[in-house]
Structures are given as structure tokens and as C-alpha cells.
Design a protein around this ligand. Structure first.
Ligand code: SF4
Length: 380
């Protein structure tokens, strides 16, 4: 039952849940599916889901993000046909995630011809031993090859991912990976400390003692070393985990942190429309059934209450180094953020955990390491 017709989004996420091999640390929904017919059928269901949501798409889609899973396993024609379903402006940001071992020059070029403008490469580390620990299917040489192929194919906007805090990592290793990455010179970099998600093979390996997690303070140190190298090479940190050359921030991700609407298509994809958050099933079979039944869309059960929305606005806004826009908060909720958060914000301002920079509420960057504990104290 769709009950609101006047919401629109400029931003689309499409989840492609197939990988060559599941990495043991990964908690994204993805499966090792070899059958091309199932993969083809899945794309067909994305088209069916687009039919359901079409009325919410704006006349000028600004970003489309193909995430996964491994979207570089799709056929470029499939990407072209999907992009053909949206009215995109001339400067739309169209990102496709690439596994270094699952794309070559011909394919990357065809993706660009299909409308992709940005590749996000899951490089993770430039040290083969670390890549093996992560269970990645690629080695360091594949990163250099795919990066060169992407440039040769004409891509002018590349993100490279780095994971720090991998068991066995050292300060020298963190410096090496960050330096190699900077030597390549992508426009954008995402750096994450390795997370041990409940239910992944990594947590079992940890419990059995087969894998030894680094101490928290070592993980933070390795992250800081990587961030330092990026800063020396002109990357500015605009979000806890994201760095870019000036003006080349990910517009897709910024929309999420700015509390903008987006629609997620495909299994496990999430959507956010004004005050509704939707979540597709973490199962391809259930996703097919949900789309077939038409039981998707804006339904009362997906409504987030006012307090939940205010908390989300705060959490997402403080992730950005530029801070949370207090005027946007007031426009949205009709109240002052400092009043709503019952004096907690003033306490943080007094202790310099937060600062007010014109109309932006900014979290002290030195406190990013303890972001979760700060926001959990702040929220309503
Ligand atoms: S390739 Fe990416 S999505 Fe696939 S299992 Fe590995 S980390 Fe997860």
C-alpha cells in the first residue's frame, strides 16, 4: 500500500549480491552464485522493482551507485539498460564497485560507455599477506592493473578502499599501503578499520583463536598513520572514513549523511524517503517473492518516529568533518537542535567535544575514534 505520492529522490542505490568468493570478514549480503541464469533473472527483478518505485524518481537523478557484492561481474549491457530506466542529468555521478580480479580493460571501457562515471575499487591493502588474511581473491598486482585499465578506459574519478587493522599489520605496512595508494593518485579514498561482524567466519576464527585481533589502540594508530599519509598527499578528510581531492567527495554518500532521500533496489538494499526507512530481504529468493507480491513501497510499518529521525539526523551529520547544519535541522524539525537534545549539546560545546562553526555543529576530529560512544551519549 503506497500512501504518499509526493516524495521524490535524486539518488538510487542498486545492490548486486553476487561474488566470486565470499570474503570471511564481509557482512554485506552476497552469495557465490555461478549460474548466469540466476544472475540474469536477478537483473530482471531489479527492473520489476524499478516499475514499483518509478513514481518516486525525480526528473533528474543525480547519483546512481551500483554496490555489492561485485557489480563488476555484471554485463555492461545490463548496466546500460538499468541506467536507461532513469532520467539522469548530464553530470550525474554513476559509481560502480569493482573487484580488482573481476574486471579488465575491455569491460571497464564498456561500463564507461554504458554510462558509469566513477569506479570504486575494493583494493583494501597493497600487501599480499594482508590480502590473503582477508581472503581476497586478488593480489596487489591486480590493483595496479585494474587502476591502470580504468584510467586507460577514460575514467577520471576513482575511489580506492583501504582496510587498516588487519591481523598481522604493522605501522610500516600501513604506511606502505597508504603510500602506494597515493602513488596511484585516485580522486577519492575510503579507509576503514577492520570490523569483526557477528555471524561472519572471522568472528568464529577469532573465538577459536585461529585469528588474533590487533589491540584497539594499535588499530587506531594504524588508521591514523594511513590518514596522515593521505593528508600529506592533499586528500582532505570530509567524513570519518572518507577522504578526497578537493571537490571530489562522493555525492552519493554525502546525500546519505545530509539526510537526503534515496531508493535502494535489490536484495538487502535500504531506502530512505522523508520519514520512511525500507529494507529489502537479505535473501534473493525472498526478494523475488517480495517484488512479485508488490508488497514493497511506503507503508506505515516503515515510519520512523520523530525522535528516531532527530537521532539519525544528528548521527549522520556529525560524521562529516564539515559538521551538521543546524539551520537544516531547524527547517526540518521546526525546533533548535540544542533545545531538543536537552542541554547535552551545550555540555559537549563547553568541553570542546563539539564546536559551533557558524551554522555547523562540528565534532572535534580528535574524537572521531570514539564517535560511537559520543553519539550514544547524545541521542534521545
Ligand atoms: S568481494 Fe566485497 S562484497 Fe564480496 S564478499 Fe568480498 S568484501 Fe564482501
Amino acid at each position: 500500500m503506497i500512501i504518499f505520492d509526493d516524495m521524490r529522490t535524486d539518488h538510487i542505490y542498486i545492490h548486486y549480491p553476487f561474488c566470486v568468493k565470499k570474503c570471511p570478514y564481509c557482512d554485506f549480503y552476497s552469495v557465490e552464485e555461478k549460474d548466469p541464469d540466476i544472475r540474469k533473472k536477478y537483473i530482471g527483478y531489479i527492473h520489476k522493482e524499478i516499475d514499483i518505485y518509478e513514481k518516486y524518481f525525480s526528473d533528474e537523478i543525480k547519483t546512481v551507485y551500483f554496490g555489492g557484492g561485485t557489480p563488476s561481474l555484471t554485463e555492461p549491457d545490463e548496466i546500460r539498460d538499468l541506467l536507461g530506466r532513469f532520467r539522469t542529468g548530464g553530470d550525474a555521478e554513476v559509481t560502480l564497485e569493482v573487484n580488482p580480479a573481476a574486471a579488465d580493460f575491455g569491460k571497464l571501457k564498456a561500463f564507461i560507455e554504458a554510462g558509469v562515471t566513477r569506479f570504486s575499487v575494493g583494493s583494501q591493502s597493497f600487501i599480499n599477506a594482508e590480502l590473503r588474511t582477508l581472503g581476497r581473491i586478488h593480489g596487489a598486482k591486480d590493483i595496479y592493473a585494474v587502476y591502470e585499465a580504468a584510467r586507460k578506459a577514460g575514467c577520471g574519478n576513482i575511489n580506492l578502499d583501504l582496510i587498516t587493522g588487519i591481523p598481522g599489520s604493522t605501522p610500516a605496512g600501513a604506511l606502505y599501503s597508504a603510500s602506494e595508494l597515493c602513488r596511484l593518485g585516485p580522486e577519492h579514498v575510503s579507509v576503514y578499520i577492520l570490523t569483526y561482524y557477528e555471524g561472519t567466519p572471522y568472528t568464529s576464527l577469532l573465538s577459536s583463536g585461529s585469528l588474533k585481533k590487533l589491540d584497539d589502540d594499535v588499530e587506531i594508530e594504524l588508521f591514523s598513520l594511513s590518514a596522515g599519509v593521505l593528508a600529506q598527499h592533499g586528500y582532505h578528510r570530509y567524513e570519518i572514513s572518507n577522504f578526497s581531492k578537493p571537490g571530489l567527495e562522493s555525492r552519493h554518500n554525502l546525500n546519505t549523511w545530509d539526510f537526503g532521500n534515496y531508493i535502494g533496489l535489490g536484495s538487502s538494499a535500504h531506502s530512505f524517503l522523508e520519514k520512511y526507512r525500507l529494507e529489502n530481504p537479505d535473501s534473493i529468493k525472498e526478494y523475488f517473492a517480495k517484488v512479485d507480491s508488490g508488497k514493497t513501497g511506503i507503508i506505515p510499518e516503515n515510519l520512523i518516529d520523530e525522535i528516531g529521525l532527530k537521532n539519525e539526523f544528528l548521527i549522520l551529520g556529525l560524521r562529516k568533518t564539515g559538521g551538521l547544519d543546524v539551520n537544516a535541522y531547524k527547517d526540518r524539525f521546526g525546533s533548535e537542535i540544542s533545545a531538543d537534545f536537552s542541554g547535552k549539546i551545550n555540555t559537549c560545546l563547553n568541553s570542546e567535544v563539539l564546536k559551533l562553526n557558524k551554522d555547523k555543529l562540528v565534532l572535534n576530529e580528535m574524537k572521531f575514534d570514539i564517535f560511537n560512544s559520543i553519539v550514544s551519549d547524545l541521542i534521545l
